[in-house]
Write a protein that binds this ligand. Structure first.
Ligand SMILES: [Zn+2]
Length: 329
């Protein structure tokens, strides 16, 4: 009976215990699997379908714009802070992703906007379009059309590479005439502050492709399946693009709205980088109402990656419904 009492093990269990610890010593110890943190950013691309078209979103990296209130000087700071807090977003800094889109229509490969390019003016985590394109299995030579929503730094500075040659050697480049004229105006290149810097960069990227550049016009087809939709205000010729395959529709909205919380919940808000903030808000309201009413998909340049989803009218503004993983638009 004594062998069954706790604290008085029998001979058999002693042998078993000895054998057990010998076996354990021979096995690799789990604690030794600890590995250094990689700190690596994953490749930034995602793919879905729109009718017969294939839509690939390719990141160019994040723009850190600093304190959120700095971007919206006319808006009450408290409201901005509360809004960001309620949506679990940083109240310390405003970070805008850059989502470039490649639409394969089956006839053409169309790239919408090109990021900040090789000079990486916003730091090492920007200017990543070409690397992410390759990661997505798309070669720059395959791009037939580069379609630009407007002439700003984060949309046209990726047209020309560090060698002075076009990054997309076989592509025709599209932009509105109003934006081309405004942002390549030599007189404006010497303007103080960011406007001068933007103009110098737009000239570096748009003038070398002048002979392969075509102007988009409101309501006109850019390439089959892509229609230009004028949405001025953020810049004089800011343009969105309706992409349509059969009955499936989605709009590349460019900078119609820069942030899915701030600018959808407060669509009247005025952004510091707008050329005409009031006109920009009017365009935003008009286009967002249409997208919500007609339940048209949204391809957004600056919303959280991958920037694909729908907008719905809600309260005084709009709500953002991201497209679930693996679902077609
Ligand atoms: Zn932008």
């Amino acid at each position: 009976m004594s062998a069954l009492l706790p604290g008085a093990p029998g001979r058999r269990s002693l042998i078993a215990a000895g054998l057990g610890s010998a076996l354990l010593a021979a096995l690799p110890r789990r604690a030794e699997a600890a590995a250094p943190m990689t700190g690596l950013r994953p490749p930034e691309w995602y793919r879905t379908r729109l009718g017969d078209f294939e839509v690939t979103v390719v990141g160019d990296g994040d723009l850190d714009l600093g304190e959120p209130a700095a971007g919206f000087p006319a808006h009450p700071r408290d409201d901005l802070t509360q809004l960001l807090r309620a949506n679990f977003r940083s109240t310390e800094k405003l970070v805008l992703p850059q989502n470039c889109f490649v639409v394969n229509t089956g006839r053409q490969m169309v790239l919408f906007d090109t990021g900040v390019g090789y000079t990486r003016p916003f730091g090492p985590h920007t200017g990543m379009l070409l690397a992410n394109l390759r990661a997505a299995g798309i070669m720059p030579e395959q791009i037939d059309a580069v379609v630009c929503s407007h002439g700003h730094i984060d949309h046209v500075w990726g047209i020309i590479g560090g060698d002075g040659k076009p990054n997309f050697p076989n592509a025709q480049v599209f932009i509105s005439r109003a934006d081309f004229d405004f942002w390549t105006d030599e007189q404006r290149a010497s303007a103080q502050g960011w406007i001068g810097t933007f103009v110098q960069g737009a000239r570096r990227n748009l003038l070398p492709v002048r002979d392969r550049l075509a102007f988009v016009e409101d309501g006109k087809e850019v390439v089959p399946g892509v229609i230009a939709v004028s949405a001025p205000g953020h810049t004089v010729g800011h343009t969105a693009f309706m992409v349509q395959s059969g009955n499936a529709k989605a709009m590349f909205i460019g900078d119609l709205a820069h942030h899915e919380v701030i600018m959808l919940r407060r669509p009247q808000i005025e952004f510091a980088f707008d050329t005409d903030s009031k006109q920009s808000a009017q365009s935003r309201l008009r286009v967002l109402r249409m997208l919500a009413q007609e339940r048209i998909g949204v391809l957004s340049y600056h919303f959280a990656f991958p920037g694909i989803g729908h907008v719905a009218a809600e309260g005084e503004g709009f709500a953002w419904y991201p497209l679930p993983w693996g679902v077609a638009l």
